[in-house]
Design a protein around this ligand. Structure first.
Ligand SMILES: Cc1cc2nc3c(=O)[nH]c(=O)nc-3n(C[C@H](O)[C@H](O)[C@H](O)COP(=O)(O)OP(=O)(O)OC[C@H]3O[C@@H](n4cnc5c(N)ncnc54)[C@H](O)[C@@H]3O)c2cc1C
Length: 416
């Protein structure tokens, strides 16, 4: 069914019995041209663009749980393209352009809301660094504005400007940044891929790889062996665990990252705000809750839950930025597993094993990358070479020294 006002009106008269599922819950076939492991946003977007842009239709997405049960359904939904380095900025700006047309592309309400992302600065040096970043963004066609304190005050008068330990001096604003509804992005790509013939197989965990003559020719799963011409991994926080089954040791460590939602409030924050003197960011969902988060937990784990010290740390950051937060009650909090790469930038590349391809290293920030990641990974899988946009996201850059260290902090996952 194509969604439109007319089809909605017709549905009202037909009643619920005429509703059809948005995608099929497929049973795996013995073989596919391409298998994508991981039914998060990236895996589903990859399958969609492989079918749509490259005409490859015999594809399966294998998901060990239900689609969107990983980070895709657990993130704080921020999208932006405010990067500095040439390896990153054109890729993220392409992602932003894909976000801007996504609802029309998928015929699905992914609730893309360009409500603006404001990064605060608290010192002259930080202002200068932001000015440089903003200029780099503009060179890649992105939008960016440097605001002084008065301009930020006019937007968000309730922030702690003067009394705080780190007074707010201003901010860098990307008006085209904002949020998108994470679940809807998963469902929209799933529906789009399904309509192009992709099999979405849930409750199907990949437990190993089939090799023939050094080439990956399929996967073993909890639902039997499935052969494939090519296998692409898009399993985010489980990347190092899964890659080890193919004898690959990757420059990725997995850490829990938590997120929080307060009780619903009247409209208070109409954009996204990030604290520049600590790790805290906040926006307000359309339901009214403040959605916020901060640092990763301080230890590696594959558990989708976090620990109390980081909750305290995040709330401290929040209180330092906007003291009104102390009056609110937290309604829910949860954790996901982030695939932290050693330079804070992703990997979209072939692997040393012919037939096996890798999409990983998304750190805190892979949700915003979802459209471009799927688009570029599909290109790499279809053509056996990277697109110019992901040419820098090579797996061997940690051996060759061509790292993309956006923050200049070295191989320290907790500082990316
Ligand atoms: C709390 C939190 C907040 C975040 N906030 C933001 C944000 O505001 N903005 C932003 O840009 N990014 C954010 N991120 C990061 C972003 O969510 C991730 O980088 C991105 O979702 C990762 O890609 P994905 O959607 O494909 O991953 P996932 O949704 O994790 O997909 C991977 C899938 O692989 C499946 N899988 C794993 N192992 C196997 C196996 N062996 N066999 C089959 N399937 C398997 C998993 O079940 C999972 O569904 C946040 C992350 C977290 C945890």
């Amino acid at each position: 069914m194509r969604y439109s006002v007319l089809s909605l009106a017709a549905q009202v008269f037909r009643g619920p019995s005429a509703l059809t599922p948005a995608w099929r819950n497929a049973t795996p076939k013995p073989a596919y041209d391409v298998i994508i492991v991981g039914g998060g946003g990236h895996g589903l977007a990859t399958a969609y663009y492989l079918a749509k842009e490259h005409g490859i239709r015999n594809i399966a997405v294998l998901e060990k749980g239900w689609i969107g049960s990983g980070n895709a359904g657990r993130n704080t939904t921020i999208i932006r393209s405010n990067y500095l380095l040439p390896g990153n900025e054109p890729f993220y700006e392409w992602s932003m352009k894909l976000w801007e047309g996504l609802e029309q592309e998928l015929n699905y309400n992914t609730m893309v809301s360009q409500r603006g992302v404001l990064n605060l600065y608290h010192s002259d040096a930080q202002r200068d660094a932001y000015a440089r970043r903003g200029n780099a963004m503009r060179l890649s066609g992105a939008d960016s504005e440097l605001l002084d304190q008065a301009q930020v005050r006019a937007m968000y008068p309730f922030l702690d400007f003067e009394n705080a330990r780190f007074p707010i001096q201003g901010g860098i604003l990307q008006r085209r940044g904002g949020t998108a509804r994470h679940d809807a992005v998963v469902w929209g790509y799933a529906r789009g891929a399904d309509r192009l013939g992709v099999d979405i197989v849930q409750n199907c965990e990949v437990t190993g790889f089939l090799f023939e003559g050094g080439r990956v020719v399929g996967v073993s799963t909890t639902r039997g062996e499935i052969r494939a011409g090519k296998v692409g991994l898009a399993v985010a926080g489980n990347t190092s665990r899964l890659a080890s089954l193919a004898n690959l040791r990757l420059p990725i460590e997995s850490y829990p990252l938590q997120a929080f939602v307060t009780e619903g409030l009247k409209p208070l924050i109409d954009g996204v705000i990030t604290f520049g003197a600590g790790h805290f960011y906040v926006s307000q969902s359309d339901k009214g809750g403040l959605v916020f988060g901060g640092d990763i937990d301080g230890y590696s784990s594959y558990a989708q839950r976090g620990n109390l010290p980081v909750i305290e740390d995040v709330c401290e950051g929040g209180m330092a930025l906007m003291p009104l937060l102390g009056r609110l009650r937290i309604l829910r909090h949860w954790g996901g597993i982030t695939d932290m790469s050693m330079d804070g930038s992703p990997i979209i590349d072939r692997t040393p094993h012919p037939g096996l391809y890798l999409n990983a290293g998304w750190n805190y920030g892979g949700f915003k990358a979802t459209p471009a990641s799927g688009w570029c990974f599909a290109w790499t899988l279809a053509k056996d070479e990277p697109h110019q946009l992901n040419a820098a996201f090579r797996l061997d850059r940690f051996a060759t020294g061509y790292v993309i260290d956006e923050k200049g902090v070295g191989a320290q996952p907790n500082l990316h």
